[in-house]
Design a protein around this ligand. Structure first.
Ligand code: HEM
Length: 214
């Protein structure tokens, strides 16, 4: 396995950067670079999110105060926080626009059907990550939003109760719930997105490169 790994690594990179592509699919006005823009926004969110981790305190007593300090005390804290907040909104918008581009150009048709499904999973993860980010503000509005969602979840037949106790530690909306939203938003969801994105990009190549106009 050891002697094969450099080969696998090189072929994966070569797979991502093929020597030839269909010129029609590579035109900026065709993809509008929307998928690429969503990727860049994801990277900006990871970097600014990493910076916020140094100051954010995931407890119900300190969460809101630590964000207040970030915006008013920490040097450039307001800038990083705004870049993260608006980057998140922009990513949701660009993923939806990318999806619209895929629909309008018929790029979901075979052989790209499975990549469409992967894309739908990426869209869901993007929306859930955005929502859990909101919850980390832990101000009055967010506690209300979390209460509504938690109550709704609890009523989902079959797995609702289990999901509720997983998210809240069966203690209702308190420190355990905030900590779990924090781990979801900062670790689990972004990691899942990174893995799915890598597969998404690999799949684009595997499906013969970017589709060409209908
Ligand atoms: C985090 C979210 C996403 C990222 C970062 C992303 C990224 C990309 C990139 C870079 C490409 C190649 C070129 C381009 O079209 O820009 C692409 C292609 C594609 N994406 Fe996404 N995407 C995301 C979400 C989605 C969603 C939500 C869907 C649909 C539900 C989707 C379906 C597709 C399909 C079918 C292709 C192949 C398009 C073609 O060959 O013309 N993607 N994606």
């Amino acid at each position: 396995m050891r002697e094969r790994s450099p080969w696998i690594r090189k072929s994966f990179l070569r797979h991502l950067h093929p020597p030839r592509i269909d010129p029609r699919g590579g035109r900026i006005l065709y993809t509008l670079c929307l998928g690429g823009a969503a990727t860049v926004l994801f990277l900006i969110l990871v970097l600014t999110g990493g910076a916020l981790l140094f100051h954010y305190r995931p407890t119900t007593a300190e969460a809101h105060a630590s964000l207040y300090d970030l915006s008013r005390v920490v040097p450039y804290g307001w800038w990083i926080r705004n870049l993260h907040y608006w980057g998140g909104q922009a990513m949701v918008l660009f993923v939806l626009l990318h999806m619209a581009r895929v629909v309008l150009t018929g790029a979901f048709a075979p052989p790209r059907r499975f990549n469409w499904v992967v894309g739908c999973a990426l869209l869901s993860l993007t929306l859930i990550t955005d929502f859990t980010g909101y919850l980390l503000r832990w101000d009055r509005d967010m506690v209300w939003a979390a209460t509504v969602v938690a109550e709704l979840l609890q009523r989902v037949p079959g797995f609702g109760g289990g999901l509720y106790s997983f998210l809240t530690g069966s203690e209702g909306l308190g420190d355990t719930a905030l900590l779990r939203f924090y781990v979801l938003h900062c670790v689990l969801l972004p990691s899942m997105m990174a893995v799915l994105m890598a597969y998404h990009f690999w799949r684009v190549r595997k499906d013969g490169g970017i589709s060409s106009p209908l």
